[in-house]
Design a protein around this ligand. Structure first.
Ligand SMILES: [Zn+2]
Length: 411
């Protein structure tokens, strides 16, 4: 059995790092609160007997010894970083689930044929650098030094510099890229971040496919002018162009399919003054689908809209592609395995796609991968009101624990 009290103690400890007066948390990747959480995790991993190291991408990897150290590892992982004003469950429960599964193996003196490894992925949230899942991208060979140098936060600090400041050596990253022969399978437990499970009163979500984002940073360049003296027909109003683009982005997804979504979540208006026609707007565009072809069509439509709006509003629009990830179908064998375990315990489950991207989508390119959801209270996430019941969390950990034990061939 999983030790719920021990899980809860760790959960409460991690929740203090970056906690806000309103009860939420801001723990952006590789900032002081993130380092506090990471250091807490490292100590906990060491106390659980894991050999711990931090790789060139800032991922924390803790490995439990096995009967045969040469065999590929069964890996469990998620992330400790959060969005600004975020909640305490996204990512954290997946990391602590892995820790608890390993402690459970220790408690029961269970040895496994394959090593079991816990990973805290660096920089999963895109909030700081505008690109999500950087640690798992790096680990799976999708980042170069040039890319790490060009990915920057709002202060101009690159991911590469942030890693160096944290004592990592991104120049040596080639040696840390995971090969297919290093990993037997990957497991991630995560909150659903949507309303489906709670609404249908279902215990567990077994994820079939993960939608992947295509993201752009868009700069609209108009012209600052006096808001009183410039006739409407002679304006180059970047904010009006932005408003039209935002509506176009929404319509592109609405016209695509029920599984398609598109969002402008960030906007910066300059000079942002009452009496000045906006001369420059920067915004983010996030397009997602579980179907690659549909996503490609939405992206093409988005580019076509840029061309039209540029003309209509006499503004220049530049779009920079930040990422174009592939939707991933998860391994059916592992899914069936999880369903069997759930049935044995009479836990209800629902097979469902994930609209959110997760580190699991990158690991799935290398090894059979399973992603399990637990219900999110009111479907809320990336919000201080994000919550899941301890009962649901523990059930999710139990499910993963049994699957990990079997896949790692406990003896
Ligand atoms: Zn997450």
């Amino acid at each position: 059995m999983i030790n719920a009290k021990r899980f809860q103690d760790d959960f409460c400890a991690i929740a203090q790092f970056g906690v806000l007066d309103n009860g939420g948390v801001t723990r952006l990747a590789l900032t002081p609160p993130d380092y506090e959480a990471r250091n807490y995790l490292i100590r906990s991993m060491q106390n659980a007997g894991l050999s711990v190291r931090i790789d060139s991408f800032g991922n924390i990897r803790g490995r439990r010894a096995a009967e045969n150290q040469q065999l590929p590892a069964v890996m469990i992982g998620s992330h400790l970083d959060t969005v600004p004003q975020g909640g305490h469950y996204d990512g954290v429960i997946g990391v602590l689930a892995g820790l608890e599964i390993i402690r459970h193996l220790n408690d029961e003196n269970i040895s496994t044929k394959h090593p079991v490894e816990l990973i805290n992925f660096c920089c999963e949230e895109s909030s700081r650098f505008g690109v999500a899942t950087l640690g798992s991208k790096g680990l799976t060979g999708q980042l170069t030094c040039n890319m790490m140098q060009s990915i920057r936060d709002h202060q101009g600090i690159s991911f590469y510099q942030a890693l160096q400041q944290g004592g990592c050596a991104p120049d040596n990253h080639a040696q840390d890229i995971l090969r297919p022969q290093d990993i037997k399978s990957f497991f991630e437990l995560h909150i659903e971040q949507g309303p489906v499970l709670e609404h249908q009163k279902i215990d567990l979500g077994i994820v079939t496919a993960i939608a992947a984002p295509t993201r752009f940073r868009v700069k609209i360049i108009g012209q600052n002018d006096h808001s009183g003296t410039t006739p409407m027909a002679l304006r180059h109003d970047a904010l009006v162009a932005a408003a039209e683009l935002i509506l176009a982005v929404r319509n592109i997804a609405c016209d695509s399919s029920p599984d398609s979504v598109a969002t402008v979540g960030e906007i910066h208006n300059r000079p942002n003054a009452m009496n000045v026609i906006p001369g420059e707007v920067q915004l983010s565009v996030d397009i997602r689908d579980i179907d690659l072809e549909r996503k490609r069509i939405m992206t093409d439509n988005f580019k076509a809209q840029i061309a039209i709006i540029q003309q209509t509003h006499q503004c220049q629009i530049e779009s920079m592609l930040l990422c174009d990830d592939q939707p991933i179908t998860l391994n059916t064998g592992l899914r069936d395995h999880l369903k069997d375990i759930a049935r044995q315990h009479s836990w209800s489950y629902h097979c469902m796609p994930s609209g959110a991207g997760h580190d699991a989508m990158h690991l799935a390119k290398l090894a059979p991968t399973a992603l399990v959801f637990i219900p999110s209270r009111n479907g809320i996430s990336h919000n201080i009101a994000e919550s899941s019941s301890l009962e649901n969390i523990v059930r999710g950990i139990e499910l993963l624990s049994e699957a990990v034990k079997q896949v790692a061939q406990a003896v």
